[in-house]
Design a protein around this ligand. Structure first.
Ligand code: SF4
Ligand code: SF4
Length: 139
């Protein structure tokens, strides 16, 4: 049996109505488990979707080939939420608000805060609580 992997992705949809059928096909045709964290359609009717897909590497690659036929841009880094290390003062204020410890104290000695993008579930709590604007969202 092939090993499964999970990849976090950010998809950008040009003006179209294709998000829902695409998710359906990812599940049905490519046997992927899809976990949507966040979706938004702008007033210009462009769409953003941050999601995890779990399946075999081969199925994920084939599924993304299919997705691209809709002119959808696939960002593998999944950067819906970004953390700016230069702006962060390591005040620690966001740490207890982050439900998954994506933002965490990396060094108990210096109390340095770090961001583990893979653990981020895009709840946006850090954006609201960071006094220095170190956390931001792509959409
Ligand atoms: S968006 Fe939520 S999960 Fe992600 S780093 Fe911020 S608080 Fe943590
Ligand atoms: S609240 Fe902002 S400045 Fe403070 S540790 Fe978190 S990201 Fe850094």
């Amino acid at each position: 049996m092939s090993t499964t992997v999970t990849k976090k992705l950010m998809l950008f949809f040009p003006r179209c109505e294709c998000e829902k059928p695409i998710i359906y096909h990812l599940v049905k045709d490519y046997d992927l488990i899809v976990n949507v964290f966040r979706a938004k359609v702008t007033p210009e009717e462009e769409g953003y979707l941050v999601l995890d897909v779990t399946g075999t590497e081969a199925n994920i690659e084939q599924a993304l080939e299919f997705v691209r036929t809709f002119n959808v841009t696939v960002n593998y880094a999944g950067k819906g939420v970004a953390w700016d290390a230069d702006r962060c003062t390591h005040c620690g204020h966001c740490v207890p608000h982050c439900p998954t410890a994506a933002l965490h104290v990396a060094d108990r000695g210096t109390m340095e805060v770090a961001f583990d993008e893979a653990k981020c579930i895009e709840c946006l709590a850090c954006i609201k609580v960071c006094p220095y604007g170190a956390c931001s969202s792509a959409f």
